[in-house]
Design a protein around this ligand. Structure first.
Ligand code: DC
Length: 227
């Protein structure tokens, strides 16, 4: 498939399957997958490690100039995150980092700090980028915008399954409550709240399995790009 330079923005709440679907779609299309949640997680991890209150805007902002955040994409499409030179791709997935990431991502200084990094990546190559504000703020000119969602209970069920497979099971009610809290935080913050861009296509995967969801995404992208 020969393609011109393009960007696909995928936004939606946590646990909707954005990363696994976007990664798989990127592979199929031979483009780069950019996981923007990972950069907010890296800042969250930095706050956690330094004992900085992630809700304290001044303290988090004060920490930013001291941080070096780097995102690398290998040939096989894997994204790795480096915090002050250290590969933190594993540590940013720790459960306690999720809430820290959600809190720091509500701070305008953090969003400004990370904006150019995300835009540069999309300028340099064709990408499928997932996050919360990609279609609304980061890449408003993206050729394709998808709002990927699923019912909260279904998202919590999937997360529980994933945790079980990883050998770290957690009670469904706890996972659901946390997921709803994060949804609320992400949708109600003042800056760049999670919402569907006006020109985004809604993809609800509540009753779809992975393969069906992937086909849905590929169909949307191909139709939009005329491929
Ligand atoms: O997608 P994720 O769960 O890895 O994201 C972690 C947090 O970062 C999430 O609570 C919302 C925030 N985030 C954001 O505000 N904007 C993005 N583009 C991506 C993530």
């Amino acid at each position: 498939m020969s393609m011109k330079h393009f960007a696909v923005a995928v936004d939606g709440p946590s646990g909707a399957g954005k990363s696994s679907l976007a990664r798989s779609v990127a592979r199929e299309l031979g483009i780069t997958y950019a996981d923007t949640g990972a950069i907010y997680r890296s800042i969250g991890l930095a706050a956690l490690r330094r004992g900085v209150d992630p809700h304290d805007a001044a303290a988090v902002e004060g920490m930013l100039p001291e941080l070096s955040i780097r995102m690398e994409h290998s040939e096989d499409g894997e994204q790795r995150m480096y915090l002050d030179g250290e590969d933190v791709s594993g540590d940013i997935r720790l459960p306690e980092v999720s809430m820290y990431a959600s809190a720091v991502s509500a701070l305008p200084a953090v969003r400004t700090f990370l904006l150019e990094m995300q835009r540069r990546l999309a300028r340099e190559q064709s990408v499928i980028m997932d996050g919360r504000d990609i279609g609304t703020v980061v890449l408003p000119e993206a050729e394709v915008k998808i709002y990927l969602t699923a019912a909260a209970e279904e998202r919590a069920r999937r997360r529980c399954l994933e945790l079980e497979q990883r050998g770290t099971p957690r009670p469904f009610d706890e996972v659901l409550a946390e997921l709803k809290e994060r949804d609320w935080n992400d949708m109600h913050r003042d800056v760049a709240p999670l919402r569907q861009a006006e020109d985004a296509i809604l993809a609800d995967t509540t009753s779809l399995d992975f393969a069906q969801s992937k086909t849905l995404l590929l169909n949307i992208i191909r139709e939009k790009l005329g491929l």
